[in-house]
Design a protein around this ligand. Structure first.
Ligand SMILES: [Ca+2]
Length: 246
């Protein structure tokens, strides 16, 4: 059954600032809005559906072909997709699994769109979260990176971030360092055509303290985020075929 989620974000919220920083192509998102300490609005309330074990393809996290928001149970992974954004009065986000998908796995992809939102807006999934349970971490240290296929309604840079134990608040490590939600990630420039983005872990950098000697904790990762910075403009992008680089 198709799972459909729509969130309309109408809660009054004092947006911290209206600063807009330019991001040139090839540079990683410098976290221009400084919203790392604010909680996201998560547009999901449904428990994940269990994927049959026979859907397990080694190294493939999710190709969405089961048309649901669950991360297939495979190689110790299990989790759920959600859409996320920061509260902006009058803003709206839609997040859904829908057809068509990428040309490679053509039936379904994860799709988010909306308007009037600022800060980081996108979709994310957990990697170790059985239905009804809290998030756990997943060990991806044997892999070299993440690849995915994506496209957008208009050319945009999408950022992929790992939620590792040192930077996700649930890890209870980052509070004293001021690095909570300053996630390790990298960007990929999207067009209106499907393309494959391939991001080696060696290229990941945090937002605010770029150049930090800290490295991402690949052995303890809660999940993966994909976001854009719409700056209150319309946004519209698809993610599909998320897999590890061997
Ligand atoms: Ca697909």
């Amino acid at each position: 059954m198709r799972r459909f989620l729509a969130g309309f974000l109408l809660v009054p919220f004092a947006v911290g600032c209206g600063l807009v920083f330019g991001i040139s192509s090839g540079e990683y998102d410098p976290d221009p809005f400084g919203d790392g300490g604010r909680p996201d609005v998560v547009t999901d309330s449904n428990p994940p559906a269990d994927a049959p074990p026979e859907n397990c393809v080694p190294g493939l996290i999710d190709d969405l072909e089961d048309d649901n928001l669950a991360i297939p149970r495979c190689e110790g992974r299990q989790g759920v997709w959600v859409g996320f954004s920061v509260d902006i009065p009058g803003g709206a986000q839609k997040f859904v699994v829908e057809a068509p998908g990428s040309p490679v796995s053509s039936k379904f992809a994860a799709h988010t769109s909306g308007h009037g939102l600022d800060g980081k807006v996108g979709m994310r999934f957990t990697l170790n979260q059985p239905p009804g349970a809290d998030r756990g971490t997943y060990d991806m240290s044997k892999y070299k990176g993440i690849k995915f296929r994506a496209k957008a309604g208009a050319a945009v840079r999408v950022y992929m971030n790992l939620r590792d134990k040192n930077r996700d608040p649930d890890g209870k490590v980052c509070d004293s360092k001021g690095t909570c939600n300053d996630l390790f990630g990298e960007g990929c420039d999207l067009t209106t055509e499907w393309k494959e983005c391939s991001i080696p872990f060696s290229e990941l950098e945090p937002d605010r303290d770029a150049g930090s000697t800290e490295t991402v904790d690949l052995a303890h990762v809660y999940g993966i985020d994909f976001h854009v910075l719409p700056k209150k403009a319309d946004f519209d992008f698809w993610i599909d075929d998320v897999a590890f680089l061997p």
